[in-house]
Design a protein around this ligand. Sequence first.
Ligand SMILES: [Zn+2]
Length: 486
Amino acid sequence: MLRIVAVLGLALALLAAVLVANALRPGAAPEPAEPVAPLALERQALAERLSRAIQVPSVSGGEGSAPDLEALRELHRRLEKSFPRLHRALEREVVAEGSLLYRWAGSEPGAAPVLLMGHLDVVPVEPGTEGRWTHPPFAGVVDERFVWGRGALDDKVSVLGIAEAVERLLRDGFAPRRTVYLAFGHDEEVGGAAGAGAIAALLEERGVRLAYTVDEGMGIVARGLVPAVPADVALIGLAEKGYLSVEVVASASGGHSSTPPRETAIGRLSRALARLERSPQPEAIRGPVAAMFDSLSGEADFGMRLLLRNRWLFDPLIRATLRREPAQAAMLHTTTAPTLLRAGVKDNVMPSEARAVVNFRILPGDSVEGVIAHARRALDDAGLEIRVLEAREPSPTSDPGSESYRALARTIRQVFPGSVVAPALVLGGTDSKHYAAVAEQSFRFVPLRLAPDDLKRIHGTDERIEIDAYLGVVRFFAQLLRNTTG
Ligand SMILES: [Zn+2]
């Protein structure tokens, strides 16, 4: 008996030693990032130029999904006026009528070019909510602290921020060694196929191979929001999830509702959907999410390090914790979201058909085919018809060990000293997905410090940007170009 206790005690002590040793193991040291003096910028002039772009209602996805080319052309004109040096020094092409592609020729034709992107379009203001805005959404009001309006955060901040950085570098006499492309799509909010898709196809046709692209998708999470990491955390999206919408159709005999069949189309579909919901796609911490935990573990307090550095043991505990919050649960697996349901025309008529649309966002590592197979098993009704409406595999995952990632991380720490940089997974979609074939690495990151309050404003009411945060965006893009193309 005593021997068993002793052996058990020894085993536990050994386990504790391993756990603690893993927690105490030093992480990979971040690249040295010598701080740079903040670029002096004319605060008011920058705010005014952003405001003038916000005043153009370049809305996508409103009534009729066609892009508003009139508004887009007006936006093009305003950019031309606001950034004269840029428009003199760079070649500009209008692609698919609404999108813009600029080329800033580098002095070394052999060096792989880079591409910075953003999108010109914005989402509509939800009808009925106009009155809740502090300032009208397309007035572009500038006050002491903010520029207000639709697009301030998503995503005119990127377009104008990149343009300001280039304008400034030109003024300072900077000449890039590598060629720099700027790509501003016009239909990101409705998928980006016409704009970013056409630009990427054009680059591919011309044999362009980009070292990296930088796009929206992630940002800087304010201190306190990432548990146990006492710093601002800059998250760089390495990949975005795939997209799949399927229609599920149940059929039954129709007829008068006074004599219903034993199984109705609505009942059959509902039961299948309930089974699907009870049987989520499998969970796994891997790829960009695993890389995020690896990276954050070096910066977290001891308790969190103990967990994150010993995922072989604590994986179930970590997953159980993440599962509680939908935004975190979505990092763990391919999500399943029934979004549309349709059946019946009248209260006393049995519908002969009931239809549902289920939208899946596919975790990198899963596939369209695998998700459909899992859904079919979970629906568990061979009589249902399953039709794929739209499908896109997850994007490739960029390499957090690549030179481009390290340069991006170093730039962030130079411009935002004290912040921690970590890779991440983008749960929604961005224009970057269209560039997979032409880009070595694609990073999704806008250097904007976001408070939880800001997240509600994106696609919501009272979208606005803090002017000082906007200056940080411009400084970041200028420094990134200096670091990677100078
Ligand atoms: Zn956007």
